[in-house]
Design a protein around this ligand. Structure first.
Ligand code: 13P
Length: 249
């Protein structure tokens, strides 16, 4: 049985004060919940507050990116040793917004993924097609390409902590959710690709999250799919009650 992960991607939202408020309200709602892993990924400036608030709780803290160098002249970047020193455990890699707006490529996703895995962080590696690709019938090809390139030159042993998130770009922030069946089909493509690269056993244990307009009212039908091992939640994760409702789908 794969333990599900409900991960919150706050994107560029919440100051440290707002983060403290969030945890004050959120933690009592999910206290003692151990059916799923809960991960909250605030912006870097709120990580310290999030770690302090969640200490001793069942909520882990992650971030939204990591650079592949340990240190150096890379203005505006954050390295894996910096994250480890803080106590961060998870990192989102290759989110479509990084690919769309900040020049992220399949190759830089691979570099970041290797670095995160080597550092012992749990990467949540995002893949997903844009609307034109889906409409052109290219979804499977895109997912396969993104996975092959992201996983390039990583051994199954190194990849042990890998988590993948399927986030169809057309479903992000649009209120359009992939149907559970359609998401499950995409997950199966990703799992097959992971089997090609890392082997059947690895793929059978790989957790693949769905992201894209997950809300309290659609979480349970998505999570009911055997292929779907959790959610990566954007907008609906900003409100403590709504994230708690998703956690308790
Ligand atoms: P929404 O839940 O706001 O659609 O965002 C999904 C997402 O991008 C999570 O990483």
């Amino acid at each position: 049985m794969r333990k599900k992960v409900i991960a919150a991607n706050w994107k560029m939202n919440k100051t440290s004060d707002e983060t403290r408020d969030f945890f004050h309200n959120f933690l009592p709602l999910v206290e003692g919940h151990d059916r799923d892993e809960i991960v909250v990924c605030p912006p870097y400036t709120s990580v310290d507050a999030a770690l302090a608030c969640s200490k001793g709780s069942n909520v882990a803290i992650g971030v939204q990116n990591v650079h592949w160098k340990a240190e150096g002249a890379y203005t505006g970047e954050i390295s894996a040793p910096m994250l480890l020193c803080l106590g961060v455990k998870h990192v989102i890699i290759g989110h479509s917004e990084r690919r769309q707006y900040f020049g992220e490529t399949d190759d830089t996703v691979n570099l970041r993924l290797k670095t995160a895995l080597e550092a012992g962080l749990t990467p949540i590696c995002c893949v997903g097609e844009v609307l034109e690709e889906r409409e052109a019938g290219l979804t499977d090809d895109v997912l396969r390409r993104q996975c092959v390139r992201a996983f390039h030159a990583i051994s199954s042993k190194k990849a042990a902590k890998l988590v993948v998130a399927y986030e169809p770009v057309w479903a992000i922030g649009t209120g359009k959710t992939a149907t559970p069946e359609l998401a499950a089909e995409a997950h199966a493509v990703i799992r097959r690709e992971a089997a090609e690269v890392f082997g059947e056993e690895f793929a059978a244990n790989l957790r693949i999250l769905y992201g894209g307009s997950v809300k309290p009212d659609n979480a349970s039908s998505l999570m009911a799919q055997e292929e779907i091992d959790g959610a990566l939640v954007g907008g609906a994760s900003l409100d403590p009650k709504s994230l708690a409702a998703i956690v308790k789908y």
